[in-house]
Design a protein around this ligand. Structure first.
Ligand code: NAD
Length: 318
């Protein structure tokens, strides 16, 4: 098959490209290298895919360029491009979330529609739940996002539903729960914690560390994503969580044990927009996508620590 992956230079998108290429598919990767974090890191994410002849990279901005012919020529689009990050989404930066999250999604859906109803797998987030009334949260729970980022992901989901209802675009939505592992974005907690542990710099901890997350190893998220393209029910939404809930304090303890370092914690205030706890009910993904997360947090963390060591040694991270 020939697939399009948007956000191909990012953390999850580049990992999706690698797995599709390993599976013998052709991949057209799209990214515009937004300046949210350094291009050098994104180029390093892309390096493995770029070495495969079945990969073609197109640098373009989805909020401006027309991708109708690229989508039309494909068997489906994995739409991972967006402006991520909860804390940055307040204030003037919200315009970027509207542009790269909402407008870009609408344009991808238009391209899928013009291409004759191409399948789209849309990367949404557990942030759409806000502080869910009951845990684990099922897909049917009331959506009450408490950050502008969560609102932008919710809007993308609604666009998928509207294009499915209005034009029969077979869009499938995945709600990822905090993804971690090699290539994790520099603004994300594990990335910051591990780098601080390895470089001996203080770790900024927002809140008291009792907040908890359902952490999902990137390989499991990618397996679910690839499976959603062929097995997902058009119009359906699936939670993708790792299957175990850890507090941030427990994670810090694990990072200390894996790196053998004493962590120097600087506690700061909890951040507006951060939810207290997340936990996914993945019954539906297990049933319909055959989803079965394989990684436990200790081994996933160890892989991320090993990746961070390599990235620091090679100068990709400084
Ligand atoms: P990332 O920032 O590493 O990757 C996103 C990529 O999209 C970047 O490389 C960026 O340059 C690109 N991009 C943004 N706007 C673009 C545009 N207008 N045109 C072309 N490219 C553009 O982020 P990630 O962590 O890999 O997240 C991927 C997707 O998964 C996002 O949609 C995010 O909202 C969603 N998600 C991620 C997580 C997580 O834990 N990482 C959790 C829930 C949802």
């Amino acid at each position: 098959m020939r697939y399009v992956v948007t956000g191909a230079a990012g953390f999850i998108g580049s990992s999706v490209c690698d797995v599709l290429l390993e599976g013998g598919h052709e991949v057209v990767g799209i990214d515009c290298f937004t300046d949210y974090y350094p291009r050098a890191i994104k180029e390093s994410n892309l390096a493995r895919a770029r070495a495969v002849p079945a990969f073609r990279f197109v640098e373009l901005d989805l909020a401006e360029a027309d991708v109708t012919s690229i989508a039309g020529d494909s068997d489906g689009v994995f739409h991972l491009a967006a402006q991520p990050g909860v804390r940055e989404s307040w204030g003037a930066q919200f315009a970027t979330y509207v542009r790269d999250g909402i407008l870009a999604t609408q344009r991808v859906l238009e391209a899928a529609r013009a291409g004759g109803g191409k399948r789209v797998v849309y990367a949404s987030s557990s942030s759409v739940y806000g502080n869910a009334e009951r845990l684990p949260a099922a897909e049917t729970a009331t959506l009450r996002p408490i950050s502008p980022y969560g609102i932008s992901k919710h809007a993308g989901e609604e666009l998928c539903s509207a294009y499915a209802a209005g034009f029969g675009v077979p869009a499938v939505t995945l709600r990822y729960f905090t993804v971690y592992g090699p290539r994790q974005r520099p603004d994300m907690a594990f990335h910051r914690f591990i780098k601080s542990a390895l470089t001996g710099t203080p770790i900024r901890l927002h809140g008291d560390g009792s907040q908890s997350r359902d952490f999902t190893f990137v390989a499991d998220a990618v397996t679910a994503t690839v499976s959603a393209m062929t097995r997902g029910t058009p119009g359906a939404v699936y939670n993708i969580g790792g299957g175990a809930r850890w507090t941030v304090r427990e994670i810090l303890g694990a990072i200390g044990r894996i790196t053998g370092r004493t962590l120097n914690l600087l506690q700061t205030d909890a951040q507006p927009g951060d939810v207290r706890h997340t936990e996914a009910d993945t019954t539906k993904a297990r049933r319909e996508l055959g989803y079965s997360p394989k990684s436990d947090v200790m081994s996933g963390l160890a892989e991320q620590v090993a990746w961070t060591r390599r990235a620091l040694a090679s100068g990709v991270l400084d």
